[in-house]
Design a protein around this ligand. Structure first.
Ligand SMILES: NC(=O)c1ccc[n+]([C@@H]2O[C@H](COP(=O)([O-])OP(=O)(O)OC[C@H]3O[C@@H](n4cnc5c(N)ncnc54)[C@H](OP(=O)(O)O)[C@@H]3O)[C@@H](O)[C@H]2O)c1
Length: 351
């Protein structure tokens, strides 16, 4: 590969930050120039992520005020910080790039740049947005669904949203279903991030399963907004997430009513057309399995139709396709690299 693109990683000590650094270790072009951490600054990256021993020798966390003096002509900014904190960090990193005459591309995996304006964000998150003036530069969607020219910066839709969008977009664009979509999804414990809470404690999650925030999860309005912006159609998402007894992965089933006259063949064709050139999305004949995707940037989808009802099952890794891998995929696109650069590793299957 021809060039080396320096990356600034914000909120670097979290689960998604660690996963991003793991994936970048196999990326031929993008290398971390600064891994910013508020809580672990000056500590060695491999002290916080022992699984990265040998991947980035000598790399230490740094403060947002201590970004390198030079970054070259262009750089990649990944934000893996918590929502609410991310926007301000992105704003500071963009300001640093402006001072250094470096052209940045940002992919933020938090929720801070998924909305069209601060009012829409504040209505769902209930907190003030940290950098409202930067919001118009961002678009939120998956690379698989981008049809127009490249966005300048991306607000990654997130992990549950990746599954919902992969399942829903091919139905919504041609208008094959009643736009009232029911989604149930089970997620692994890494979806909740590094800080332990009573509901994420091992004895609570192990060998256990429970729904949470039924029909009240904030990802539903986010995904409705992205679908509306991409299809011009109104949609209602009725979403029930659940906590599953595993660390990584999301298993999701979307149910919809087919419109009169729509049959299983049209549904299959819509998915096949949509994902014909999508290297990470696989339409499979039998219901997909988590172990076929976990640890990889791949997602598998299978459809079933009976008596006018459609069920779409989706399996993906929340930390990879749903966060760090999806962010690298977007960054590849923003930098004109092949989408698959550094992401070709298949799932581990037995872990
Ligand atoms: N986990 C997933 O599967 C997943 C999937 C898709 C999207 N996301 C999103 O990706 C982001 C990271 O998720 P995660 O699971 O890695 O979370 P995490 O383990 O909690 O890490 C988030 C990091 O953000 C930084 N941070 C937290 N609060 C902050 C504050 N008030 N000010 C500044 N920095 C703060 C911290 O890093 P430092 O102390 O090092 O700065 C923290 O380690 C979140 O926005 C999450 O919603 C997560």
């Amino acid at each position: 590969m021809p060039e080396s693109i320096p990356a600034i990683v914000l909120g670097g000590s979290g689960y998604v930050g660690g996963e991003l650094l793991r994936l970048l270790a196999s990326h031929p072009c993008i290398r971390p120039a600064a891994v910013v951490s508020r809580s672990r600054r000056h500590e060695a990256v491999e002290a916080v992520f022992p699984n990265l021993r040998g991947a980035w020798p000598g790399l230490r966390f740094t403060a947002i005020d201590d970004l390198p003096d030079t970054l070259g002509d262009r750089c990649a900014i990944f934000s893996t910080a918590a929502h609410g904190a991310s926007a301000q960090l992105v704003d500071r990193a963009l300001g640093a790039c402006e001072e250094r005459q470096c052209v940045p591309s940002v992919v933020d995996v938090s929720a801070d740049f998924r909305f069209r304006d601060a009012e829409a964000y504040e209505a769902v998150y209930g907190i003030e947005h940290g950098a409202p003036d930067r919001m118009p530069m961002f678009r939120s969607l998956l690379p698989e669904h981008a049809t127009t020219r490249k966005p300048r910066h991306v607000g990654h839709p997130g992990c549950f949203a990746t599954g919902m969008l992969l399942a829903a977009m091919p139905l919504m664009r041609p208008g094959l279903v009643d736009p009232s979509l029911m989604v149930s999804a089970v997620t692994g414990s890494t979806g909740a991030g590094r800080a332990p809470r009573p509901t994420t404690h091992h004895p609570t999650r192990h060998a256990n399963m429970f729904a949470y925030k039924p029909l009240a999860h904030r990802h539903a309005p986010e995904v409705e907004g992205i679908l509306r912006a991409s299809t011009g159609r109104g949609v209602q998402l009725h979403f029930v997430p659940a906590s599953g007894p595993f660390a990584r992965g999301i298993y999701m089933v979307l149910h919809a009513r087919l419109l009169d006259g729509v049959d299983a063949g049209q549904v299959r064709d819509a998915y096949a057309r949509h994902y014909a050139k999508a290297p990470f999305v696989h339409l499979v004949d039998a219901p997909p399995r988590l172990k076929d995707v976990v640890g990889s940037n791949h997602a598998c989808l299978a459809t079933a139709v009976n008596r006018g009802t459609l069920a779409v099952a989706v399996a993906l890794d929340n930390l990879v396709k749903g966060a760090a891998g999806g962010a690298i995929q977007w960054m590849n696109v923003l930098h004109g690299l092949p989408e698959t650069t550094g992401l070709a590793t298949p799932a581990a299957a037995w872990m």
